[in-house]
Design a protein around this ligand. Structure first.
Ligand code: ZN
Ligand code: ZN
Ligand code: FE
Length: 744
């Protein structure tokens, strides 16, 4: 049969996952000659073969591709004949649009785990063991294509043995970019909190294990940043960590040795187990069996668990008899520390640092997930999942940069029919986090060789992200701007994930988002498609006493509700909220409330949760975001039925009847349960006349009880599974909104 030359292009997650060696192995099987290479679009194969073998080859690619790969498209075409002597893996340069997916960081694989514990293996106990099917990627990448010289491994010269493995297409470590060993790879270094090297007798790991046994707090360099770790069963160590980190009550994540240890601590559903042991190794929020240690999550029966994901974690946990508290090392409101310099600011928090000399190029927090009605809900999308590529149900007219919101910010770039969403960056409340955010924009633009023609951003004029959008536009006059309303973006994020472009009925229950009328929205019912939305209903405005202060102080929201209900009579009331204020304060807040002084209007469902928590005496001042909602969840009793009254007229939902009934209830658990049921009734009442898909989004849907109840009532309700319902999804929604935006 006649030999021709064919070019095959494969797109998807095909780099850094052993794709080229896989193709090489196929070439040996089918006795074909040619080349395979990575380029910025994915993998390119040039083959000399006949049509029948080509077909077989393509089928084999499609059905046998490596476990970590995923294929979006395979295209092939015939080209002018080129003679080849053999089949080879080569490098090619490409300067087009980069459409390849950056591979995420993954946990250690079973085979590496085996070698790690095998006394006879040359990598026995090597804390950076890796292969083509596991380990660091995104966090060490400077640039694409994903090759060693574009990663922070470029500073390590491979030894002879490693080089042989790296160059042998039949080796498990063929082109494993972070390959290394005791002789040539990164090394551990144990320091005290003044940066002085600690002398170790056997090795750094054993010494660290001893320190943890003594109750010390260690800053541990992981994949995408440092963790602060200590013995999770040592009360005083945890208390010390809380005191030093000024984090009195916020739940701490716990790393357990394996799934069995996880099951000793918590009730774990099959879906939760699947997530815990997955190669992405997220933190999964699960139900504790008993209040295992009130210091880990005071007053809260849920716990964020995760399994070791780097060989270093694995070696440490293997030698410890207890789980570890493992919380991101960062200063409040600042990004995760990724080098010793940034970690230094925390030297009063940790006693020692277990450091290593492989640079973290792209910081990346742990991902956090929960499972509701056996559906996965992403709370923080970062390590293992990020960066993610999302395929849009349409083709964008221009290249888009979307700047997200201000809290839990992420950024997205959109081109053709795809969006790359950055990992969780964090809240833009400090100078260093804004710098970090700008660095993220730069690196996405650099890696993807991207220059936007359209900038999408939130309507909130005071968001840092909005300010940055305006700065970029000032410098580049021909960029088109697209303001996107916050809650519209929330619903659009779900639509993007689910590839919906038709009209939907969206419920956005949220903390705050800037409304078209300048008010702080957050209890919104909208009908929308990509381009436009109509606000069909919302929670009746209430006044936030003290403005931004009310966000952290539920008692201010509750007091505002009380004024709406009882006016001056509030002065004579005695309930958990009024007890928080002196009569003088009540007096001046009443004046402020009446006159609307420093009391912006809001329809935020997040604040309604806060207000209810205060009225019931559950939470008056929050020490971390979402605390009131978590505490309310604890008091929910599944056996309680019934709900409270509310008024719904002319698109306004009046919740005051619910609040006054709730205040009269004697049993707090009944009040809380009926409160949740009332919210479901509100959604049902507003949604009733519409024959449209029901889409739920917004940070309030991180509440497991509320989301569970709504999914029970509306099993077809659409939520996102891979994109967070909180502001982490806003950037994606903003790209969706630019569907038809072009330069003229
Ligand atoms: Zn491996
Ligand atoms: Zn080596
Ligand atoms: Fe939001």
């Amino acid at each position: 049969m006649e030999l021709c030359t064919y070019k095959i292009n494969i797109r998807g997650t095909v780099q850094g996952v052993g794709f080229r060696p896989f193709v090489y192995a196929l070439s040996q099987r089918y006795l074909v000659t040619g080349t395979v290479s990575n380029n910025s679009n994915g993998v390119e194969i040039i083959l000399n073969t006949d049509t029948i073998t080509l077909k077989q080859f393509l089928i084999a690619v499609e059905y046998e591709y490596p476990p970590l790969a995923s294929i979006d498209t395979i295209e092939h075409c015939e080209m002018t004949y080129i003679p080849f002597e053999s089949f080879e893996i080569i490098q090619t340069e490409d300067s087009g649009d980069i459409t390849v997916n950056i591979p995420p960081d993954l946990s250690i694989c079973k085979e590496c785990e085996k070698e790690l514990l095998d006394h006879t293996d040359r990598r026995y106990g090597y804390p950076f063991i890796t292969c083509t099917h596991c380990g660091v990627r995104y966090s060490i990448i400077y640039d694409l294509p994903y090759d060693r010289e574009h990663t922070s491994m470029k500073f390590f010269q491979m030894c002879k043995l490693c080089e042989e493995e790296y160059n042998n297409p039949l080796d498990r470590r063929y082109h494993a970019q972070p390959i290394g060993c005791h002789d040539c790879g990164p090394k551990l270094n144990l320091l005290d909190n003044r940066g002085m090297q600690v002398e170790v007798i056997t090795n750094e790991i054993e010494k660290t294990v001893n320190l943890l046994n003594e109750g010390k707090i260690i800053a541990l360099k992981g994949l995408g940043g440092y963790h602060l770790v200590c013995d999770a069963t040592n009360k005083s160590a945890i208390q010390e960590l809380r005191k030093r980190k000024k984090r009195p009550t916020k739940p701490l994540a716990v790393m357990v040795r394996d799934i069995n240890m996880a099951k000793m601590l918590a009730l774990i559903s099959p879906k939760e187990e699947e997530l815990l042991v997955s190669q992405e190794r997220p933190i999964v929020v699960v139900q504790m069996k008993d209040k295992y240690s009130s210091d880990i999550a005071p007053g809260i029966s849920k716990i964020g668990l995760f399994l070791p994901y780097t060989p270093l974690h694995f070696l440490l946990l293997d030698k410890l008899s207890f789980p570890l508290v493992a919380t991101s090392a960062n200063i409040t409101d600042e990004p995760i520390c990724t080098n010793l310099e940034s970690l230094e600011k925390l030297q009063n928090v940790y006693d020692y640092v277990l450091d290593h000399n492989r640079d973290i190029v792209n910081g990346c927090d742990d991902s956090v997930l929960m499972v509701v009605k056996e559906q996965q809900v992403m709370i923080r999308r970062a390590r293992g999942y990020a960066p993610i590529r999302i395929e849009l149900p349409f083709t964008l007219k221009e290249k888009v940069l979307a700047l997200g919101a201000n809290q839990k910010s992420t950024i997205a770039i959109g081109f053709k029919n795809q969006v790359i969403l950055s990992p969780h960056i964090g809240d833009l409340d400090s100078i260093s986090s804004v710098e970090y955010y700008e660095k993220n924009i730069e690196s996405l633009e650099r890696i993807y060789k991207f220059f936007p023609k359209v900038i999408a951003y939130d309507k909130h004029p005071k968001y840092e992200s909005t300010k940055i959008a305006k700065q970029i536009m000032e410098k580049n006059q021909d960029i088109v701007s697209k303001e996107v309303q916050h809650h519209h973006a929330h619903i659009l994020a779900v639509m993007a994930e689910k590839q919906i472009t038709s009209k939907v009925f969206g419920v956005a229950f949220d903390g705050t988002g800037y409304g078209d009328d300048g008010m702080l929205w957050g209890g919104e019912f909208i009908i929308c498609d990509c381009e436009d939305y109509e606000r069909v209903a919302s929670v009746e405005y209430f006044k936030l006493l003290g403005g931004a202060k009310a966000i952290k102080e539920p008692k201010r929201v509750a007091l505002s509700f009380l004024f709406s209900l009882y006016k001056e009579e509030v002065f004579t009331l005695n309930n958990p909220t009024t007890q928080e204020f002196s009569s003088q304060e009540l007096d001046s807040y009443y004046t402020a409330w009446k006159k609307g002084l420093n009391a912006p209007l809001s329809s935020s469902m997040g604040r309604v949760f806060d207000g209810v928590a205060s009225l019931l005496g559950i939470c008056q001042v929050m020490s971390f975001e979402g605390e009131s909602g978590m505490l309310l969840e604890e008091l929910f009793d599944g056996s309680v039925t019934g709900s409270y009254a509310f008024n719904y007229e002319n698109g306004k939902i009046d919740i005051l009847p619910m609040l006054s009934a709730l205040l009269r209830e004697k049993n707090i658990s009944i009040s809380v349960s009926k409160f949740f049921h009332t919210l479901v009734e509100i959604v049902a009442a507003v949604y009733k006349p519409y024959d449209l898909p029901l889409v739920l989004s917004g940070g309030v849907f991180q509440n497991k009880v509320l989301l569970g109840l709504i999914l029970e009532r509306f099993p077809k309700a659409i939520i996102s599974n891979t994109i967070p319902p909180n502001d982490g999804g806003i950037a994606l929604g903003q790209v969706m909104a630019t569907m038809n935006t072009s330069r003229n």
